[in-house]
Unconditional design. Sequence first.
Length: 372
Amino acid sequence: MQRTTQSVLTTAALIFSLNTQATTIETEQGAIQVTTITEGLQHPWGLAFLPDGRMLVTERTAQLRYVTADGEKSEPIQGLPDILVSGQGGLLDVVLAPDFADSKHIYFSYNEPAASGGSSTAVARAVLNGQQLEQLEVIFSAQPKIESRHHFGSRLVFTDDGYLYIALGDRGSRRDDAQTLDTHHGKVVRLYPDGRIPASNPYVGNDDALDEIWSYGHRNIQGAALHPVTQQLWTHEHGPQGGDEVNITEAGKNYGWPVITYGEEYGGGVIGKTHKEGMEQPLHQWTPSIAPSGMAFYTGDLFSDWQGNLLVGALRYQLVARLVLDGDTVTHEERIDIGMRIRDVRQGPDGAVYLITDEPNGKVLKLTPASE
């Protein structure tokens, strides 16, 4: 099976409407409207929909807020743990527990400082009670903690069978750790919602490996989503000056970084080969890099022609890449030019596509068909 597909690129025509809060974009499947729901967020990073129609939005600067459907922002929710805001680190992803209706638990990832210095990605859960987080528990803390401002990951995904996947980065300065099993750097880990380690994890019982590890050889995963049919975990990760990857992330598999990559050193220079036996090839890769961040499978009815497509946000090229799939093969790519750095992509309960932008004046955007 051919695992890497040549991208088919299109550039959408951007037409500004009379309403300064909305634009119309012509795409291959018809015109779409991009509406600004709210702005004034400081580098928003993650978004989750609450049952009452509000959104929870994280800001990397260590604020968590409600945003209503009409764009009203709350004051910051209180009760977050100590968060180190430094470089790419801060408050990151947020998801609701599968049993949120009963437990009121939310989960969030963040840059956790150590008293002795250094930091690492951690995941905590807490009960959401109005403007207060209660019963805070840290369920995972990546090891070791080091002095680095880069590559924290860190998307969170729950599966229908009760597992929590945490996608991590290699921390930049420690990229060779992605190939070792005695650190969490450059790994995907799998836990139960309370932080316990499943006995079926691939390295349980291996004294030379950390039991939490699900897969390894990753550089910096900032997009993760469950396939709506197969329920497999799909991820994407940043490459170094090229070589951004989409992968199906499976137990015990090695995704190659930094031994194999389609990217190169910043400023030029070979890092590794593109293939090696025992290491996985990406389903799809971008060279030059689009700097992917945020990802969702579209399953709604508003965009009927997008059903089953994979939507990937991009920071560098300020777009949404719409990937058409045949099984696990990418057969076509459309690049929808949004004109802002896209940090997260989510399908809303109304079938619209929601984006957040990574800016000092960050926005929540809503994509709908222009005829709606």
